[in-house]
Structure formats: C-alpha cells, structure tokens
Design a protein around this ligand. Structure first.
Ligand code: ZN
Ligand code: ZN
Length: 242
C-alpha cells in the first residue's frame, strides 16, 4: 500500500501565501514515509517535471494537479489531466474535460462551512466526482467530514484522506493508503476504482488552533479552503480509520 497525499499547496501558489517551497514539501513527505504526492496549487497547474527526479531520489512519485475554482466559487481537485485543467471554469467545462481525458476529479472539503465548498453542487454533478475528500482539518469534537462520508457511501464513491496542506504540520495526520504500483496513472486508477483507504486522526485542539491562527494571520478573510472550527456544531469523527 502506498502512502499518498493528494491535496497540497506550496510557495508556488498564486493565491495563498505558503511558507515552504515544493522541495521542502517533498522533503517533509519523504521524512514522513509518503510514496506519492500531488501538488495542487489554486488555479495553476505546477509543471512537476523539473521536480520529478528530486522527488524520485526521495522515493516520492509526483502527481500533477490543480485546485480549480469553478463557477466563481467552488473548489475542485483535478489530478493528472493531460491538459486543459487550468481552463475549466464551469461544471460543463469539467464534464467536457472528463470526456476527453482520463484525469481524476476529487471533491475537496465538500461540506465545510465556506463559500468555496460544493454542498448542493455535489448532488447536481455527482457523476463528475471520482472521489470525495476526508479533510484533515478536524478535531475530536468538530468534524465537517461526516456529511462527506455519508454522501460517499450513498453514491458508492471512494473517499481519500487529504491534508489540504497549507502548513507543513498539516502533513501526516490524514492521508490515503492506495493499493497500486508507484506510478501516477496506476495510483489515479486505483483511487477511481476504490482501492484506497483513508487514514486519519483528529487534530488536537492546540494544533488546530495553532494552524488556524497561522492561517488567519496571513488571511483574515480565509480565502481558501480551511474553515473556522468554532462555527461548527459538535459531531463525532467521521472518516477516522486509525
Ligand atoms: Zn486546497
Ligand atoms: Zn479548497
């Protein structure tokens, strides 16, 4: 089984200010025993080819990807598309891209309380999503992944565990174990066919607060994915499997 992270941001991100480089992220992933990593900047697909040998030397397969905003607000993760992912602006565009190419579409943080989250668009476009994210930003008492788990179960859609990493300490608490050989296409195909298991553990309150404080200092408006936990109703952990 491969230890895989499919949702990360780095200092190459054109939207968020991230305090580590892609190489530093690769180093951290290698230290934590990851086998594969997708760098998914907002709105820009990083050319991972110049980083491939650096990553390979550290036992990491790099998966090309992007976190694209569609219809002005909703985030979607697009992994391993041959081209055109940066041009997707609507769900109709995404449907066309999927018809032309075999990339992987993941619904990130779909039911978090933020405008970028998909909510009702999940049902409208259920067939577009190959996998649903269990997002690492949760604590023992506050967990927005429960609805995602319910949605995934109802639709028979695989779940993946993602850190949505904006700070290096977010790497390692929630990830996926994928049953595949260590290459990009095989990993994406395995996820699509459900040969994936979520491993997640809740953040301690202190850690969650520290991450949120760090994000809030940089982004008082919280432009991206992570949501303030104090807005949440109490709930139990959803996709915690270990
Ligand atoms: Zn993100
Ligand atoms: Zn996001």
């Amino acid at each position: 089984m491969l230890k895989v992270e499919l949702h990360t941001h780095t200092s190459d991100d054109p939207v968020d200010i991230i305090p580590y480089t892609s190489r530093q992220l690769i180093d951290r992933a290698a230290a934590l025993g990851y086998d594969a990593l997708a760098i998914t900047l907002h709105e820009r697909q990083l050319d991972v080819r110049p980083l491939a040998s650096y990553a390979e030397d550290r036992g990491i397969v790099l998966i090309p990807g992007i976190e694209r905003t569609v219809e002005g607000r909703h985030h979607v993760l697009l992994l391993n598309f041959a081209g055109g992912a940066e041009d997707v602006r609507t769900f109709a565009d995404l449907r066309r891209l999927k018809a032309q190419s075999s990339g992987l579409v993941i619904a990130p943080h779909p039911f978090f309380p933020a405008p970028s989250c998909l909510w009702g668009r999940m049902d409208e476009h259920a067939d577009l999503f190959d996998a649903v994210e269990c997002n690492g930003m949760f604590t023992r008492l506050v967990d927005f992944n429960r609805l995602a788990e319910r949605w995934a179960r109802r639709h028979g859609t695989p779940m993946v565990g993602n850190g949505d990493v904006h700070r290096l300490q977010q790497l390692g608490t929630t990830y996926s174990l994928v049953e595949a050989p260590p290459d990009v296409s095989s990993i994406c195909e395995a996820v699509r066919h459900g040969r994936v298991r979520v491993v997640s553990r809740p953040l301690a309150w202190g850690m969650a607060a520290a991450i949120m404080a760090s994000l809030l200092v940089r982004y008082p408006y919280l432009s991206s994915c992570t949501s303030a936990p104090e807005l949440a109703p109490p709930s139990h952990n959803s996709c915690t499997t270990s």
